[in-house]
Design a protein around this ligand. Structure first.
Ligand SMILES: Cc1ncc(COP(=O)(O)O)c(C=O)c1O
Ligand SMILES: N[C@@H](CCOP(=O)(O)O)C(=O)O
Length: 400
């Protein structure tokens, strides 16, 4: 077995732990407010704005940024009514430069890799991580090699990854098989691994909740709901929230819910059985292709932060529920890919089951863009062209 720099001898994933000395939350809030007017410096990024809590010692010249983050936080009455809560916010990480929340972590991982002198980056992906990595590697003038399952992933994501110039290696198997391979062989191949087993990815993804708290003047809603696949987002959310509280940025911690797709829900299954060891799902299968993960690398961290430290909850939703929620989010004019609709479907279920109270408020993280997984859409449209005439158009319109 060949070593991987991010994996501990015990087989667990390493993480960044800081002593946090000399943090003055009021002074930092002021500094971060001032940085909101930055243009074309690294601090114009919605990740690097919070550098003091993300990667304080990294020298600026290594930072590869596309001013990621800076995403909208949208109140929507339609989705509030649908889920049954008093107020609902959608945090649109889909507005990131490569179209998903992966950019928040990838800017940090690639910058860290560059600081170590790497010029060749790698990941295994269902398509979003690879698009993000390929974009940042290209931006840094470096190369990327990405491993992609040959089936059940979105062609538009594969094309996006290829467009940024990544070398694509399609393989037979699932994301989990690719991760097993890259855990073992990336380092000897001289490739810097940018999957979420890389702890700098997690550090960057914490900025999603930092930015949300900042946008809400440091008072978060009662609940924050995220989809769960590899569980990096849940881990970063939990770690980020605990730091915000510990360092005095927020007074009250929100509750957290992690929502998995029923066909790929080993974490939810473990938590609902009260177990503490995860049994991988050998054949993960969901219409939300980004969630087709049967053995989430970050499950131990998510268990520690979300369940152990934050007493969070989990749920699973069906593909039908995901697509119904996606249809509504799209029709609100905000839009997302199917995986991102899981939290909305899950929140509806948690209200119905009495876990979330109707008087409570919530924010759902929209992780990926509407244009990402376009093979699956919850509505029909007329696919065949007509010869244009007033009669023909009236005929179509009268069909409603
Ligand atoms: C759009 C989208 N949503 C959700 C997820 C799941 O996030 P995580 O793997 O961090 O649990 C992914 C990928 O993993 C994704 O690409
Ligand atoms: N949906 C993800 C799969 C998780 O990969 P990670 O290593 O970035 O957590 C993807 O887009 O590949």
């Amino acid at each position: 077995m060949v070593g991987n720099p991010f994996i501990c001898k015990c087989g667990g994933l390493l993480e960044v732990v800081r002593p946090w000395k000399g943090i003055d939350s009021e002074k930092l809030k002021q500094l971060w407010d001032n940085r909101l007017s930055e243009r074309m410096t690294v601090y114009a990024s919605g990740v690097w704005r919070y550098k003091e809590l993300i990667y304080p010692e990294l020298p600026e010249p290594y930072i590869t940024t596309k001013y990621e983050g800076n995403t909208g936080l949208y109140p929507t009455e339609t989705i509030a009514r649908y889920t049954g809560v008093r107020q609902l916010l959608l945090k649109a990480q889909s507005e990131n430069p490569s179209g998903s929340f992966k950019d928040n972590g990838m800017t940090v991982a690639v910058s860290h890799g560059r600081s170590l002198g790497y010029e060749r980056f790698t990941c295994t992906s269902t398509g979003n991580t690879s698009s993000s990595l390929a974009m940042y590697a290209a931006l840094a003038g470096c190369t990327s090699v990405v491993y992609l399952p040959g089936n059940h992933i979105s062609a538009s994501k594969v094309r996006q990854t290829a467009a940024y110039g990544a070398e694509l290696i399609l393989f037979n198997g699932t994301y989990d098989d690719g991760i097993r391979f890259s855990r073992q062989y990336s380092e000897p191949l001289g490739q810097y691994v940018c999957n979420s087993m890389n702890p700098f990815r997690i550090e960057g993804q914490k900025s999603i909740v930092y930015e949300m708290a900042h946008q809400l003047r440091w008072e978060l809603p009662d609940w924050i709901v995220v989809p769960g696949g590899a569980l990096s987002n849940a881990t970063a959310l939990g770690k980020g929230l605990l730091e915000l509280k510990q360092l005095g940025f927020i007074q009250k911690l929100p509750r957290v819910a992690v929502i998995q797709a029923e066909g790929a829900s080993p974490f939810h299954r473990m938590v609902s059985l009260g177990d503490t060891s995860l049994i991988p799902e050998p054949q993960p299968m969901t219409i939300a292709s980004a969630l087709n993960i049967g053995n989430p690398p970050s499950w131990r961290k998510a268990l520690h932060y979300i369940i152990g430290q934050l007493q969070g909850v989990t749920a699973s939703v069906t593909d039908e529920e995901i697509m119904e929620a996606k249809g509504l989010i799209d029709r609100c004019g905000i839009g997302c890919e199917p995986a991102s609709a899981a939290p909305v479907a899950g929140l509806k279920q948690l209200v119905r089951d009495g876990v979330v109270h109707p008087e409570e408020t919530a924010a759902c993280i929209l992780t990926g863009h509407l244009l990402k997984d376009t093979e699956v859409i919850p509505y029909s449209y007329s696919p065949s062209p007509i010869d244009l005439s007033l009669e023909a158009v009236n005929g179509l319109l009268s069909r409603g």
